[in-house]
Design a binder for this molecule. Structure first.
Ligand SMILES: Cc1cc2nc3c(=O)[nH]c(=O)nc-3n(C[C@H](O)[C@H](O)[C@H](O)COP(=O)(O)OP(=O)(O)OC[C@H]3O[C@@H](n4cnc5c(N)ncnc54)[C@H](O)[C@@H]3O)c2cc1C
Length: 382
């Protein structure tokens, strides 16, 4: 067994780290306070090949492996959770399904500009009545000559305010329930009948452009069906398996920031005649946080390695997402505790970390759903 990164993996990690430390971290608090989508940072991530991270060079992507992608995502998320979320959604939830299920024509037309970072992608699955139970999708797609006519709406869509492209789930056979769901590529900039509304009053990841997507007799070309008609839910769930490596990386990235900042504070804040780091109560917190975050990172790298080597990774990705987000949430609570009253104010980033990290226990399948996925895999008949 070899724990060392390859030269290429280290190079991608360093590139992401430099961008994160020099250009993203200094603006993270302002992006959060102003609820501002970071167009400029997206442009920089595009220039460095991160927006087309795992996409094949054939379609203008960087062709990086999943381990590199996870390492880069941890670095970006460490500086700004919103930026990590934007990057992960674009890569894992738009570029991946088009790469995996798209036709050659769709890849040239939609994947390549997304991989170049000229167009931002989003993923439209969730609806008011379809959350954990994704099979409850009610948005309809009806054939009409050379088009599909979409009617319905999606909520909570990350990147939704900035995206030009969307991978969307809609019912093509309403009488067949979950088996009647298909997926589509929607060109959001050129679809009459489409509109969007911001959903900004949220706890954290405030710069991630969350939106409601509305389709009222929205007409898209017939050839924008993605993959096999009726296989949409399966395709979306497969997409989310990979996406969970991304969520876990976001969580651990923020978790690493929390630990670094808690250590620095504990070594400089003095009470009872010395730094609070001399108290065992503080040391034990730091030891637990660091051990749990390392374990979570190893779970991520295992899942990513399996994906890179063509092995199944549904269970491993769910474990990494569930454990990584749970321990990062715990670290955020302990981080505030270490900073005491100062942690409660936005003078320090710790309160933002606490607000930002909560979502990683919820999106791309809540942690209750991850436990169901893990248990289903454990109990599977051989
Ligand atoms: C900020 C944000 C960004 C998001 N981005 C996107 C996006 O880009 N695209 C997209 O499609 N969606 C997105 N989502 C939606 C997200 O994936 C859903 O919110 C999530 O899957 C949970 O669905 P729900 O909110 O409807 O909760 P519900 O499904 O109503 O769950 C409520 C509670 O019940 C529990 N529960 C439900 N079913 C079970 C069960 N069978 N067993 C045990 N417990 C259960 C849940 O774990 C949870 O605790 C986003 C959400 C947020 C908040």
């Amino acid at each position: 067994m070899d724990f060392a990164l390859t030269e290429e993996q280290r190079m991608i990690q360093d590139t992401a780290r430099r961008l994160a430390e020099k250009e993203i971290k200094p603006v993270a608090a302002a992006l959060d306070a102003e609820i501002r989508f970071p167009d400029e940072i997206c442009r920089r991530m595009a220039e460095l090949g991160l927006l087309g991270g795992t996409v094949s060079p054939e379609y203008d992507g960087s062709g990086m492996d999943y381990v590199s992608y996870a390492l880069a995502l941890m670095e970006i998320s460490k500086a700004c959770a919103s930026c990590g979320c934007i990057l992960a959604t674009h890569n894992s939830l738009f570029c991946y399904p088009v790469s995996a299920f798209g036709t050659e024509e769709q890849k040239k037309k939609y994947l390549a500009p997304a991989a170049r970072g000229e167009k931002i992608g989003c993923f439209g699955l969730t609806e008011p009545g379809a959350g954990s139970d994704a099979g409850g999708v009610r948005t309809k797609a009806v054939e009409d000559g050379d088009s599909w006519i979409l009617n319905g709406g999606k909520i909570f869509i990350t990147n939704g305010m900035a995206a030009s492209l969307c991978c969307l789930a809609a019912l093509t056979e309403p009488d067949q329930g979950a088996r009647g769901i298909s997926s589509f590529i929607v060109d959001l900039d050129n679809t009459p009948g489409f509109s969007r509304r911001p959903m900004e009053n949220k706890l954290g990841i405030k710069a991630s452009g969350t939106a409601e997507l509305i389709f009222e007799d929205a007409r898209i070309p017939k050839e924008n069906l993605l993959g096999v008609r009726g296989n949409g839910l399966r395709q979306m769930l497969t997409t989310l398996d990979g996406g969970r490596i991304g969520i876990a990386s976001q969580a651990v990235g923020v978790g690493k920031a929390i630990i670094e900042e808690a250590i620095e504070y504990a070594q400089t804040r003095e009470q009872f005649g010395g730094p609070i780091a001399k108290f065992q109560a503080i040391q034990f917190k730091l030891a637990d946080m660091a051990t749990q975050m390392d374990a979570a990172e190893l779970l991520i790298l295992r899942a990513a390695w399996r994906a890179d080597n063509g092995l199944s990774y549904e269970k491993e990705a769910a474990m990494a997402k569930m454990y990584g987000s749970d321990v990062a949430m715990h670290a955020a609570v302990e981080g505030i505790q270490i900073l005491g009253g100062y942690g409660y104010f936005n003078e320090y980033p710790m309160e933002r970390h606490l607000r930002d990290i909560k979502i990683t226990q919820i999106y791309e399948g809540t942690n209750e759903i991850q436990r169901l996925v893990i248990a289903r895999n454990l109990l599977k008949k051989k």
